[in-house]
Design a protein around this ligand. Sequence first.
Ligand code: SF4
Length: 447
Amino acid sequence: MAVKGLDIFKLTPKKNCKECGFPTCMAFSMKVAAGAAEIDKCPYITDEAKAQLSEATAPPMKTIKIGTGDTECALGGETVLFRHEKTYVNKALFAVEFSDADSDDEIAKKVAHLEAVKYDRIGELMCVEVASVRYAADKAKFLDLIAKVIELGRVPMAVVEDVEVAKEAAEAIKAAKGILMGATPANADAIVEVAKAADVVLGVSAGSIEELHDTVEKIEAAGYKNLVLNVGDSSVKEAYNNAVTIRTNTLKGDDRTFGYPSVVFVNKIACCEQMEVALASAFVLRYGSIIVMSDMDFKQALPLFGLRQNIFTDPQKPMRVEPTIYEFNKADDNSPVLVTVDFALSYFVVSGEIERSKVPAYLAIPDAGGYSVLTAWAAGKFGASVISDFIKESGIADKTKCRKLILPGKVAVLQGDVAEALPDWEVIVGPTEAMQIPKFLRDLMGI
Ligand code: SF4
């Protein structure tokens, strides 16, 4: 919650000595409240006041790091309830759950899906980031599964409440910076010491949201704040209500006990595979930081990955690619030049279709502000002069002797002006839809 300038002013010594670089203590306090000055700039402020302030200005929801190296991810750290208010900070992660009660065939199928499901969309390579491993009864198989998912490059989440087994699980996951999902009201005192010793994130579960609150308070009092919260798995209603309550209380209330990322075991509350995908979608929108599925193949992953990418992009920043000349299918000095905008989605759709055509070609991308073709054109960022200046300055004329320049069909109106500015080029109006590009290019080049 934001701290007001007046609250900070109450903590200053009110000397108005200017040593902080501001004319008065009040002016200094207002700057600190606005985030434009550090409280340490006042040499007279007491340690007690500093501690009070740092607690008050701490973000309401903690950022929790898991994984190491390529698998490192951040969870939580959110500051708004709705994406349109500002932006979400750390994307929801997907997990697949293994168990020592699974048959070898089931495990092999999940492993095959985990390895196969990778989706490259708009420059982001997406996969299932976390592997949850639930302890049932076979400790050796449970620990083997943890080792296996680490070997597969996934962040391990060991789901185990038995404190003795949890000690071994914590040892197994500590180098991979995994999650020990094991704290309950009954074992909190003991398991927090296990998590502390291994320095791993501790997952907290309870039978009700009130119990969850009390258990988190107890763990925090024991000095551990590296936590994630299980929203509950007795029913869809309970999990959804708890996910919303936890996030709303964190961001809008005064109590920060729930200020941690949440874990949703969709595999425990869904009645079937289709319902798992539907619920996972709901929890991407409403506050799952880790969403656990029983399995994830391509047909489940693609809609979820697409939804997640749309929700966790910053709505205030257009997704762009670098304005430059791109080459496809071993473009050479006889290859035509297509033009489109630097909006990432336009680039990836057009480039995919050029690749599919198998026709060697160049793709010229001027700086069009990161907008789509028609928006950029309407905003004056993708006009004839932008295109012709880019073609002249990019050096593309030295790369190809072919002088065919293909404009997007949606801006056919630019053909005359671009042709006038580039008299050496044959300016051609291309298709209005990217899917028409392969046939268009093959016909154009007589292939
Ligand atoms: Fe006030 Fe401290 Fe700044 Fe002096 S240095 S004016 S006491 S805030």
